[in-house]
Design a binder for this molecule. Sequence first.
Ligand code: AMP
Length: 363
Amino acid sequence: MKIGVLGAGQLGRMMAISGYPLNHQFGFSGQTNKESSALLGHMFASEDNPDHIESLVAFADVITYESENTDVEMVREINKDIPVYPGEKSLFTAQHRGREKALFNQLNIPCAPYQVINSITDLEQALTYIGLPAILKTATEGYDGKGQFLIRSADQIKAAFESMKGAESILEGFVNFKRELSLIAVRGIDNDHKYYPLVENIHHNGILRLTIAPAQDIDPRVQKTAEHYMQTLLDEMNHVGVLTIELFDTENGLVVNEKAPRVHNSGHWSIDGANTSQFENHIRAISGMPLGDTTSIHNYSAMINIIGRTGPIQIALNMPNAHLHLYDKAERENRKLGHINITADSLSELEHSIQQLKDFLPN
Ligand code: AMP
């Protein structure tokens, strides 16, 4: 099949790497011919073709996207001609934190209390309902912790409101969590569902730095609960492909933070750590193939992001249980340039290996 990807970043790149052995071909849309995916398929770049989206659609049998900020109107138009997966509803709800939380509430999926904010009066009223501390977030286009303001005291209300620069926002109750988790799942065109194990994610300055797979000390009932929330979402949205939910692990159980209608950074470990990676499963799903086994191959895996500068990658290349994945990107502050996957059969081996790669981690 010819698979068209809206976007040409590292996620599309890794989809193509996993999809070629299945005999698929890939095309990407982007701004320039120098993007991460460019050398892995037909590149339809706006810099040399104003009709690059039409050209991508003409090339493809099926379309997918690698960002939740993909234009929904464009997806609707394309969908009149060829299928677009994961689909319009998954995209639409993921683009607005208010819509997303409303969906969680409708499906009885626990999430932080929230209110949509359009004025300072809205914010004052919402704070009396939600209480302090609370987090004000832009309703759209926030990522990696950007567009957020933690309000600890009432004298910060004006500063918080002004930091949104007039954009619609939502106020969320602060969740006292023990740790952050995510669940990745895939749903096929035939309604088959498969789930990866819950993983633990460690962030620094809002950017994911380390994922441990599976998350340690997870009661099987907690995994089942997370899968239940996931299944409810997948079915409600008629989602085809990979879906990710980010969760807070709290004293009172799981609280869902947000969802991403796509392959996710916290699933990169699965390339080397699971029988079928999230990328291959996404491609299998959208091309109508049977889903692959999501079981881990090793007892433990970890993923360390390479952020900002490439760093001492020879260390990883000299480790028998480390796997380097670079995205063909120039160094830039806070940019995701690649990641290193580690596989291990004991916790001490995992910890020792992470220690060997400490130059890639903050502090
Ligand atoms: P988000 O962009 O919603 O993923 O938020 C980025 C990070 O901010 C999360 O990974 C959490 O560490 C933190 N965060 C977001 N929402 C909340 C919340 N309601 N309570 C506590 N921490 C939060």
